[in-house]
Ligand binder design. Structure first.
Ligand code: CDP
Ligand code: CDP
Length: 229
C-alpha cells in the first residue's frame, strides 16, 4: 500500500537499545507528528501469545496470529498506543518474558506481514515518525528521512540497565545486559539492516537532546525539499 506523499514518514531504525523509541517520540513532538513504535507491536503480540500459555518452542504462526487479534493500536495526541484486550500493558511489554521470546515471534513471516499492515494503517492517519528494524527498508521505503541509529554495545547495555534498574548497573549486571542485547541482535539480524539511503547517527557519545536536534534538523530540511518539488 503506497503512502501518500502528503503524509510524510520519518523512519528511525537500528539495533536494540540504540535509542530509537525515546528519540522517535521526541522527534515526533518537535515536528508535530505522531510516533508509532513497531517494536511495541511485536512485543504486544508476544505478550498476547504468552498469555495463552505453552512452551515458546511449540508456538505455531497460526496460534500467534490468533493471539495478535487481541492487539490494537490507538491514535493519541502525539503517539500511537498499543493495547492488549483494550488495556495499556506497557510494563508487561518491557518485561523479561516478552523480551526473551519476541525475536522468535518476529521471525514469523505472517507476523511481520500483520505488523507491517498495522504500521501502514498508522501512516494513513497523519504524518508519522516510525521506529523499529525494517521501517526504512521494508515498510516505508519512500520515507522522507531514514535514520540508522547505532551505539556501542556496552553503552546500549548501560542505558537499558539504567532504564530497567533505575540506577547504574554493577559490572556483572552490565555484562549480562550486553550479552542479552547481543543475543537479541543475532536473533533479529535478518531484519536489522540499514537502508542504502539511511543517514547513520552514532549516539554513543551524544546526549539524547543532541541526537533529537540532529534528526529534527535533517527532517525539516527534507520536508522543505519535498514541498518545493
Ligand atoms: O527496544 P528494543 O530495541 O530493545 O526492542 P524493540 O524495538 O522494542 O523491539 C522488540 C523486538 O521486536 C526486537 O528485538 C525484534 O525482534 C522485533 N522487531 C522487529 O523484528 N522488527 C521491527 N521493525 C521492530 C521490532
Ligand atoms: O528503542 P530503543 O530500544 O532503540 O531505545 P530506547 O527504548 O529509546 O532506550 C534508549 C535509552 O537510552 C533511553 O532510556 C534513553 O533515554 C537513553 N539514551 C538515549 O537513547 N540516547 C542517548 N544519547 C543517551 C541515553
Amino acid at each position: 500500500m503506497p503512502v501518500p506523499d502528503f503524509l510524510p514518514v520519518v523512519a528511525i531504525d537500528g539495533p536494540a537499545a540504540s535509542g530509537k523509541s525515546s528519540t522517535a517520540r521526541m522527534v515526533a513532538v518537535a515536528l508535530g507528528f505522531r510516533q508509532a513504535d513497531s517494536g511495541a507491536l511485536y512485543r504486544a503480540v508476544t505478550a498476547a501469545r504468552i498469555r495463552k500459555g505453552g512452551d515458546p518452542g511449540t508456538w505455531t504462526e497460526a496460534s500467534v496470529l490468533d493471539a495478535a487479534s487481541g492487539v490494537s493500536v490507538v491514535a493519541q495526541e502525539r503517539v500511537f498506543g498499543v493495547r492488549l484486550a483494550g488495556e495499556v500493558i506497557d510494563e508487561e511489554l518491557r518485561g523479561p518474558a516478552v523480551t526473551a521470546s519476541v525475536s522468535l515471534i518476529a521471525r514469523m513471516r505472517g507476523v511481520r506481514l500483520w505488523a507491517n499492515a498495522r504500521m501502514r494503517e498508522c501512516a494513513l492517519v497523519g504524518p508519522i515518525v516510525v521506529d523499529g528494524r525494517d521501517m526504512g527498508t521494508v515498510v516505508f521505503p519512500d520515507a522522507v528521512l531514514k535514520v540508522w541509529l547505532i551505539a556501542d554495545t556496552v553503552e546500549r547495555a548501560r542505558r537499558r540497565s539504567i532504564e530497567m534498574l533505575g540506577r547504574s548497573p554493577s559490572d556483572e549486571e552490565l555484562a549480562r545486559e550486553a550479552t542479552d542485547l547481543e543475543r537479541r541482535d543475532r536473533g533479529d539480524s535478518a531484519q536489522t539492516q540499514p537502508a542504502a539511503d539511511a543517514v547513520v547517527v552514532d549516539t554513543t557519545r551524544l546526549t539524547q537532546a543532541e541526537q533529537v536536534a540532529q534528526i529534527v534538523a535533517l527532517a525539516k530540511t527534507r520536508l522543505r525539499g519535498e514541498r518545493a518539488e
